[in-house]
Design a protein around this ligand. Structure first.
Ligand SMILES: [Zn+2]
Length: 460
């Protein structure tokens, strides 16, 4: 390694140390410092490594989390960038942390959560290296409400084009994701669901109505979520590909997990997936595909799926006195609809808290909540004790649920997190809290004054 690169690594490590001493959780700053000193550092540190990149709109963090457990179950070592630190700076920071002062990274794998728009700036340093890229799905995000999902697809495409030898792991049920299968590659593997998850899954909300190749309207054999499912185009023949890892049946829905039947590269596998909500099954399938490709056997895959624990925003359970809180993060209509589907199955009898902010990270324009199908939840949540609204836009959320015909006698607006937590604690109920990004951060901050919580890296 050149003196310049070595100096950059040292500067990065020093910055990390100083940030730690200051008690700051900033994770992208060291990377930025390193890049200033040595712009091509990533290619140097990644040399000889096996790299797994995970991108897509929803499920990146959970998918990385499951993949990490899978790799470690093989007895291999892996480092990841912190959840949310998924731009170039965050990825470089992770490499620097994992590297020796001499610039050697000693883990077997680099597992990188990559923001869709930042993918190109990250992977262009990897060129001919051994890279496997997972694309979880493409949905409209709340921030680009008036943008085009095709823009997102094209950003991912621009990134993957930098990798002539990439192995692609694509969501077979997502017509947008599958369209990346014409890129140069050294293997394409698909994951998907061979059947609808729920009876009567809504197909009203679609981010991809028309064929990406010929603009004819897609037809579907079945839907799973949003535009995901058994799509095909009658006009040009573009259609869902047969998955290598498929969910064939959900045998049992449990509280916080599902017992499922899968087909893993031709082998039937039965497993309990310790992740709440059907939407997480896609993340599990993506991770199983990677696990198989890296050589993990089916028995070990089943063991890992049965031993998963959830983390920040992806349904975190917190005991608060006699109350049990379930915190879940919502970022966009598709993700919110998935969470609603989960709630529909839970038939809540305790409280439900809806928290909405309109800071940049939540989306300044909150009208996206009108794309969320709250009407589907009205009946299933009718037995709930109360509906609470919090966050800067609590009243907008309350209005949205009023339109969805929720019982307004049970409505309570409480913008003061401390007062809200005190109240929830007194109630002693099972409570679901569905919170937008910054609302989740603020709420957890306050909640940590009541109960010890896990610390998670802050980002953005
Ligand atoms: Zn077509």
């Amino acid at each position: 390694m050149s003196a310049r690169a070595a100096l950059a690594v040292m500067a990065g490590k020093l910055t990390t140390m100083i940030l730690k001493l200051m008690g700051s959780g900033g994770t992208s700053l060291p990377g930025k410092v390193v890049l200033k000193l040595c712009p091509d550092i990533l290619g140097r540190l990644a040399k000889d490594m096996k790299i797994i990149c995970v991108t897509g709109t929803n499920g990146k963090t959970t998918t990385c989390h499951v993949i990490r457990d899978m790799i470690e179950a093989e007895g291999k070592t892996v480092f990841c960038n912190d959840a949310g630190a998924n731009l170039l700076g965050g990825v470089v920071s992770a490499f620097v942390s994992a590297s020796t002062l001499g610039g050697r990274v000693k883990t077997d794998y680099a597992l990188l959560e990559c923001d869709e728009a930042a993918l190109k700036s990250i992977v262009e340093h990897f060129g001919e290296l051994d890279v496997t890229a997972v694309v979880t799905n493409v949905f409209r995000d709340q921030l680009d409400r008036y943008g085009e999902v095709l823009t997102t697809v094209n950003k991912i495409r621009a990134g993957l084009e930098q990798l002539p030898n990439v192995k692609l792991v694509l969501n077979a049920d997502c017509s947008l994701t599958t369209s990346l299968n014409d890129l140069p590659n050294s293997g394409i593997y698909y994951f998907g669901m061979n059947a609808p998850l729920y009876e009567g899954t809504s197909s009203d909300i679609s981010d991809a109505v028309y064929c990406i190749h010929c603009k004819a309207k897609y037809r579907y054999r079945y839907h799973t979520f949003g535009h995901l499912g058994g799509f095909y185009c009658e006009q040009c023949g573009y259609q869902r590909q047969e998955p290598d890892v498929a969910l064939t049946k959900v045998l049992e829905w449990k509280d916080g997990s599902e017992v499922v039947e899968m087909n893993v590269f031709g082998k039937p596998v039965k497993a309990e997936v310790m992740l709440p909500g059907g939407y997480n099954l896609y993340n599990a399938l993506a991770a199983v595909t990677i696990a198989h490709l890296t050589g993990l056997n089916e028995d070990s895959i089943v063991t890992v799926l049965g031993g998963l624990t959830t983390h920040f925003g992806r349904m975190e359970q917190v005991q608060l006195g006699d109350s049990s809180l379930n915190l879940v993060l919502v970022k966009n209509p598709a993700g919110f609809n998935e969470v609603l589907q989960f709630l529909i199955q839970q038939k809540p009898t305790g409280n439900i808290v809806f928290g909405l902010n309109d800071n940049y990270a939540d989306g300044k324009d909150i009208s996206w909540i009108y794309d969320v199908e709250f009407e589907r939840l009205t009946g299933a949540a009718a037995g709930a004790k109360g509906y609470y609204f919090t966050g800067k836009r609590a009243f907008d959320m309350q209005l949205r649920l009023k339109y969805a015909d929720f019982d307004t006698d049970k409505f309570h607006v409480e913008k003061d997190y401390k007062a809200l937590i005190t109240r929830l604690k007194q109630e002693g109920e099972q409570t679901f809290l569905v919170l937008s990004y910054t609302c989740m951060l603020e709420f957890r901050d306050k909640l940590s004054e009541f109960v010890p919580l896990k610390k998670y890296a802050r980002e953005q």
